[in-house]
Design a protein around this ligand. Sequence first.
Ligand SMILES: Cc1cc2nc3c(=O)[nH]c(=O)nc-3n(C[C@H](O)[C@H](O)[C@H](O)COP(=O)(O)O)c2cc1C
Ligand code: SF4
Ligand code: SF4
Length: 272
Amino acid sequence: MVINVKVQCIYYSASRTTQRILDKVAEGTGMMVLPAVDITNPKTRKTFDGKMDADLVIVGSAVYEGSIPFIAMEPFLKLEGKGKWAVPVGVYGNRSAEAYISELSKLLRDREFKIIAGAQFVAQHSYNHDALAKAGAIGRPDEADLELAHSLGGKIAEKMVDPVEADIEGKPLKFGDKYKNRSEWVGERLKKMIMGPTYNADKCIQCNECVEACPIEAVDPSTYATDEDTCIKCMACIKVCPTDAKTVKFPPMVSQFMNGWGQERKEPMLYL
Ligand SMILES: Cc1cc2nc3c(=O)[nH]c(=O)nc-3n(C[C@H](O)[C@H](O)[C@H](O)COP(=O)(O)O)c2cc1C
Ligand code: SF4
Ligand code: SF4
């Protein structure tokens, strides 16, 4: 166990699987865990100045279209590494994380962090919904995923005793130069493919959960309707709605395509 080293997470996690995994990694280090910076919250994104208080920073988000969600890009690009240690972590929905881990690793190195480790975890796909698609990784992260996340924290703590940068030669952590270009188009394509959630006023109990869960303030706080132009199709409002008043319709072709992602169990990857 390392003494006098503090750890802190920063994450974007609309449906909270990334948060659960990163918190577990932080807990597994056995270090003092500082309060996380949750950039899912629009107010936090606006006020975040890029400074992290801890010596070791765990940085992660959901994977959107194989890349860093554009909504997380602005706060990530503000991060000030100043030689601190970082752990990039991507959480994807059993389809593919594509270049995510390379891109986040490169972004953090550009921000003057040193990479001590990295990881890619699998979690239930945001688009998994009873009425829609059996998209990937139902029920994940499961016990095995969370145990692995915890043990990754332990391994990082061991490395922090006498820290050296992760050997990135030949590993995906080495690449990712294109992260800036990708962020420009990711999201726009989705907006055209899928309509945002619809709302059934008869089922609504006005609990406000959808307003609070929306990472981009696309739910009208008085009518609970979705602003189609703002909505980024993260499905957080559907996940939190206790009465199924919120729902979304995918074109049959999209549902069919998504069903395929649940077929094969993919395992997390650790880079140390
Ligand atoms: C807009 C959007 C795009 C996504 N793109 C991918 C993808 O390219 N590959 C994949 O495996 N999962 C993809 N997912 C699924 C999420 O990465 C996955 O469900 C993740 O666990 C969500 O994290 P969160 O619970 O922290 O929001 C996408 C989800 C959304 C909402
Ligand atoms: S309104 Fe759109 S962006 Fe907001 S939580 Fe719902 S799906 Fe996500
Ligand atoms: S979460 Fe559901 S029930 Fe609650 S305010 Fe939103 S639509 Fe209504």
